[in-house]
Design a protein around this ligand. Structure first.
Ligand code: GLN
Length: 211
């Protein structure tokens, strides 16, 4: 069973823990470097990215988070979590740091000029058709690097065609909050990424032993 942590400094931690448990993972809150070191994957929840990153720095977690993601730890960020995983951010306080890892430029509160919260259908190309996505003071991906796979875009309205879901290797990010709806397909996708990563690592370790 994969052990998947949820960064538990601020935000909708409980909802992610529940969604991951439903998908067969052992879900654990992560507040300390030792807890981070013990997980096979990590979810960065929705909440307030400015607060989460400040608390991460204060708890001595920011550098360990960066190192873990760079070392290939699978991570999924929803909303504020997407901001945390982005290499570059716009409309953020000038000193706002990120964990990074995702080669994207993310604009905070990007939809905010029109509306604070809304729901929309987003097609991620998953079995079962488009999903109902909940956006709350959400960011969007303004620019994605070459190695980034665009999983979903807004269709219609003022934000037509804006990128709201991406994947780069073991990193996934969504502008919206699948943890707040009953649709578990994004969490299922992430748990699957974690399982594959674990299996690959087990294979690599076995090869090492064969020498
Ligand atoms: N606006 C928040 C931020 O900048 C994100 C909102 C959310 O996670 N629902 O961190």
């Amino acid at each position: 069973t994969p052990v998947i942590g949820v960064l538990a400094l601020q935000g909708d931690v409980r909802e992610h823990l529940g969604a991951l448990t439903e998908q067969g993972a052992r879900a654990v809150p992560v507040r300390r470097p030792e807890e981070l070191a013990a997980v096979d994957g990590l979810v960065l929840p929705g909440g307030e990215s400015t607060t989460i990153v400040k608390l991460a720095a204060r708890f001595g977690l920011l550098e360990p988070l960066r190192a873990a993601v760079q070392a290939g730890l699978p991570a999924y960020g929803s909303c504020a979590g997407m901001i945390l995983l982005a290499d570059r951010i716009l409309d953020a306080p000038p000193d706002q740091e990120t964990v990074g890892g995702l080669d994207v430029t993310v604009r905070r509160n990007a939809f905010g000029r029109q509306v604070d919260s809304f729901e929309s259908e987003v097609d991620l190309g998953l079995d079962g058709g488009p999903l109902r996505a909940v956006f709350i003071r959400a960011p969007w991906v303004e620019k994605a690097g070459e190695g980034v796979e665009v999983l979903g875009r807004v269709v219609g309205g003022a934000a037509d065609d804006r990128i709201v879901a991406v994947r780069q290797g073991n990193l996934v990010a969504t502008s919206f909050h699948p943890e707040l709806t009953g649709d578990r397909r994004v969490h299922a996708l992430f748990v699957d990424i974690v399982r594959r990563h674990l299996a690959e690592r087990a294979g690599a370790d076995a090869d090492d032993e064969k020498g």
